[in-house]
Design a protein around this ligand. Structure first.
Ligand SMILES: C[S@@+](CC[C@H](N)C(=O)[O-])C[C@H]1O[C@@H](n2cnc3c(N)ncnc32)[C@H](O)[C@@H]1O
Length: 175
């Protein structure tokens, strides 16, 4: 089978977060301090105070404050979630929302639910923006919350889908 070249290129990373999700993230966190994997320094899609782009290698930088993470999808996506878990447990990341997918069988899912306290399962598939959205959305999305304010996540995301509590998720970090 021939794989379309766009799927193998950097362009396939560019599935940009739609505005209604970013609005909910801002409602939940009160603002975004860092997008650790941004599409652009000069015209970033996420309205964060700081952005790391590919050339910075966001994985090798400190992640301070309130983070929104929509990582480059791929087989090694769990590196982004391990990094987030490490930064959160170290206290550099104060709260975070992650946009990823419902893939319960993966290590990435287990890492994320190990540090999240709530997950939102959107009632519809998400149409990403940008050149990475070459074939529409093809997976079931999920949004993960790392933080102390479950009520704010609930209020911000309940219009997008069902909110599930992750048993033990927060307790592992906030002793
Ligand atoms: C799924 S897109 C998300 C873009 C944007 N954060 C958003 O939510 O709309 C992932 C982005 O990560 C960038 N990227 C890939 N590898 C990276 C790296 N090592 N460090 C920082 N950014 C990276 C890609 O260029 C791409 O724009």
């Amino acid at each position: 089978m021939t794989v379309p070249s766009a799927l193998l290129s950097h362009r396939s990373d560019e599935h940009l977060t739609p505005r209604f999700i970013l609005d909910a993230v801002i409602d939940c966190l009160g603002g975004i301090d860092l997008d650790p994997c941004s599409n652009s320094r000069c015209c970033p899609n996420v309205p964060a105070a700081r952005h790391f782009i590919r050339e910075d290698d966001g994985l090798s930088q400190p992640w301070d404050g309130r983070v929104f993470l929509n990582p480059p999808f791929g087989r090694d996506v769990d590196r982004w979630f391990l990094k987030l878990a490490g930064e959160y447990c170290a206290g550099r990341t104060s709260a975070a929302v992650v946009l990823w997918k419902s893939a319960t069988e993966t290590k990435a899912w287990q890492v994320l639910t190990g540090v999240s306290c709530q997950v939102c399962f959107p009632s519809h598939r998400i149409d990403f923006e940008g050149p990475g959205n070459i074939s529409g959305s093809t997976f079931s999305p999920a949004l993960f919350y790392l933080g102390r304010d479950r009520g704010r996540f609930l209020l911000a995301f309940e219009g997008i889908g069902q909110i599930w509590d992750v048993p033990g998720g927060c307790r592992r970090v906030h002793r």
